[in-house]
Design a protein around this ligand. Sequence first.
Ligand code: AQP
Length: 328
Amino acid sequence: MTTYLSGIQSSGLQHLGNYFGAIRRHVEGAAEPGEHFYFIADYHSLTTSRDPVTLREQVRETAITYLALGLDVERAALFRQSDVPEVCELTWLLSCLTGMGLLERAHSYKDKIARGVKPNVGLFTYPILMAADILAYDSTHVPVGKDQKQHVEMTQDIAQSFNAIYGEVFVRPEPVIPGDERLARVPGLDGEKMSKSYGNDLWIFEEGKKLKKAVGRIPTDSRPPDEPKDPEGLLLFDFLALFVEPEELDDWRQRVQVGGAGAPGYGHLKQRLIEGIDANLGPARERRRELLAHPAEVDAILAAGAERARARARATRDRALEACGLRG
Ligand code: AQP
C-alpha cells in the first residue's frame, strides 16, 4: 500500500520554503490514491522551544495553516506528533542500534552548529525521532524539501539495521523531493536556504506593509534599470519564479537582459512580486482568519487525525516490541 507521511515543526511561523517544499505538495498530493498522514512535529520543536504558551499557539497555528491552504482532512490525517507517544517508544528501540557516526554525519546538525546554535541531545538525535515518525506509519513516500533528504536516507539505514537483526518489521521509505530545484530549496531573503532559525524567512500569510518591508529586504544592487543584466544572478528572479507564470517570467528576464528604456527597475519587479504573492495566497489569508475564530473545530480535526494515526503506530510499535523480545 502507498502511504504518504510528512511532518512540519511548530517552532515559529511556517514560511514560503515550508509552503513550496512541503505544505503545498502535501495538500495537492492528498488527492493521490493511498493513505496520507501529516503531523505537526511538536516533540521536535522542543529542541528549541522553551515557552509552553507559545508552543501551544504555534501548534494550532500550524494546523490552521494546513487547513487554510486547503488540506482535505477526509483524505489526510492531520495530527499532533505528541498525540502519538508510540513514536517515543520506537525512538528508543531505534536509538539502541543507531551508530553515533551516522548522526555525526547529519548536514542539518552540522549547519546548525556552524551557525552558533547551542546543541542539546534532542537536536543531535533528531534524525532518530524522525525515523520513528516515518516508520511508525509504514510510510512508503516521504514528500520533503531537499534539506530533509539525508534524514530520510538515515531512516532507510536505521530501518535496514533493525530489520537485519530482527526480521522484516519496518517498511523502507523513499524521500520524494521536488524535481524543480526552486521548490526543493527555496532561498531566504538573504539567498541562503529559507529557514525559521536563520531569520531570513517570509511567513506564508504575510501581507500589507510587513510584506512590502520583507520583499524590500531582498538584496539588489545600484545598477540603473537600463543597464543590461544577467537575471540568473538576481535573487529577485528566484522569488518571482514562484509567483508568476513562466511566460511572464521569460518576458521580465528578456527585458532585464536587454536593458534600455523598456527594462524594469528593481522596485518595479518587487512590486510585481508583492502582487503575485497577494494573488496566490490572499484567499488562504482569508480562510486563516475564519479558522482562527473557530479553535474548537481545529482541535477536533487534530483529535480525529490522531486517532487514525495512533491505530497505525500502535500496530507497528507492537510488532517492533515483539521482534526485539520485549513482548510475546
Ligand atoms: N527553504 C526550504 N525550501 C524547501 N523546503 C523547505 N523546507 C524547509 N525549508 C525549506 C521543508 O519544509 C518541511 C518542514 O520543515 P521543518 O519546519 O520541519 O524543519 P526545517 O526543514 O528544519 O525547516 P526550517 O525552517 O529550516 O526550520 P528550522 O530553522 O527550525 O530548522 C520539510 O519538508 C522541509 O524539507
